[in-house]
Design a binder for this molecule. Sequence first.
Ligand code: ZN
Ligand code: ZN
Length: 215
Amino acid sequence: MKIRHHLTDDLIMGYSSGTLPEAVNLIVATHVSLCDECRAAVESYDAVGGALVEGSDMVEVSDACLSGALDLIRNGAWSATEARMSAGDDVLPAPLADYVGGTLEDVKWRPVGMGVKQAILPTSDTATARLLYIPAGTAIPDHSHSGMELTLVLKGAFEDDDGRFARGDIEVAHEEVHHTPVADISEDCICLAVTDAPLRFKGLLPRLVQPFVKI
Ligand code: ZN
Ligand code: ZN
């Protein structure tokens, strides 16, 4: 798998320092779980952060973690925890599995028109995370953003003015971006999308529907 669209430095830094809203943190963690390049970048930021808080505190934390892990192994809870952490399937990587409550079959889709379905994930409401199901060849109505929109492809692919996005690719769209993503004709597309403000649709109908579908 060749990922061509990556996280910005701001997102990697925010993730490493733990300052991102929950929904943004989730999409970054999901990309990092699929992308060696961004995982390496996160690790180097983590190393810099670790060096800044160097000292005896770090050793104490390590000791606590180690004894906690040993307790888990002794109690036989380790394998169960491990299994829960690594849950996921071909479409949903591990960081997403918990939010969905299992696998792709457990997603509670709601139709939002034109065959498009969404499932809003339970995160704090500073930003919204949703899974989007876009039938092959379908376009999401032309819209712009009043804030940031991050879109990570989990299955299939879509294309817009910024290029083509396939599994693992993440699109970082800001306020000035105005686009109409279209799913590939060959396969249905499943994405994880995160917005920190409502989208603004250009057409009248989507604007009327917007308050109801909460897209
Ligand atoms: Zn990446
Ligand atoms: Zn958009």
